[in-house]
Design a protein around this ligand. Sequence first.
Ligand code: NAP
Ligand code: FE
Length: 365
Amino acid sequence: MEFKFSMPTEIYFGKDVVLKNKEAFSAIGSKALIVTGRNSSKKNGSYDDVTKALSQTGVDYVLFDEVEENPSLETIEKGSDIGKRNHVDFVIGIGGGSPMDAAKAMAVFIKNPGINKENIFSAGKLESLPVVTVPTTSGTGSEVTQYSIVTSNKEKTKKNLGQRIFPKFAFIDSKYTFYIPYNITVSTAIDAFTHLVEGYLNTNSTYMSDIYGEKGFELFKYCFEKLVSKDLNQEFRNKIMMASVLGGIQIAQNGTSLPHGMGYPLTYFKGLPHGLANGVLTIEYLKSFKDQSKINRMLNLLGLSRLEELEDILNKLIDVKIDISEEEINEYSNKFFINKDKLKNHPEEVGFEDIVRIYSKSLLK
Ligand code: NAP
Ligand code: FE
């Protein structure tokens, strides 16, 4: 047995972890750039907890609260400029994956003043300011991953920034997620599920990473029941948050694979939320495996006996009708097929025709 496993982010999970561990903020800096989306963090208590913790420990801060969903490099430059002008020495991302990923990217841009949206992808390995994450959705796992997924309008796609930006601390408190609307709860939960699936059925998977995947599937047995019955109590919120963290730890080791890579154009061109973009492709992706043995193990942990039962659950949760042509599918498949990073994470040989088939069977119904 041989593997590498690295989780440098210090993880605090539970009720009120931000205030209980407020000294962590003053230990890493004296002035923070807080990065959030436009509204939710001010309503769900996360922004209040963080600013209280900073005030109580004498840490100064400035706020950038303009991060949109699927954050663009333009927004990242804008937030970085505020950070640079205010001489911040660390960055706190509060929110869903979009503000957390934007915070990580800003931490790189602020630390490296010569970096901008034109040269970031050819810059090589860069240092970043320390980052703290406070997730308020249960989906991306970004609080514990090194990835920052950004929108490049120049390349008309979403892509990984290409830097390893593991947060220094992740403060994970499911109370911030109690009032997420049902549709966002579903799309983010499906993102977490697809991380577990793609990290588990992955060329890079190991005995160690499988532990996270398999625990995650056990949690999803309960979470899928609650999602389908729309019974989103606090126990559900806690478990789905844990499943999301486990998925994040697993993809931090292994990466994602086909559905994530293939889902990006569905978000960029068709406006599909990230989780649904992966989720809508998941069943056909699973069916495409020649070796179904690990999929059967996953189904067993989910309390299911056949793939069709999982299909039934996802069909109940995902109601997506997108207008897409065969030409567009060919175009997306071409673009994806050049992306060797995702293809090499898929443990079986796939051809261009397989990619077209997964898109077509999933979307041309
Ligand atoms: P998001 O884009 O961060 O947020 C989606 C929506 O949810 C926003 O309208 C946001 O409002 C709202 N929201 C957030 N927290 C809420 C709460 N507690 N209550 C009510 N509404 C809330 O969604 P996401 O799915 O978490 O993140 C998606 C992004 O993460 C994508 O760009 C995706 O590519 C990326 N991602 C990253 C990784 C990684 O490892 N880095 C992994 C998977 C996905 P506000 O704007 O007002 O806050
Ligand atoms: Fe994802």
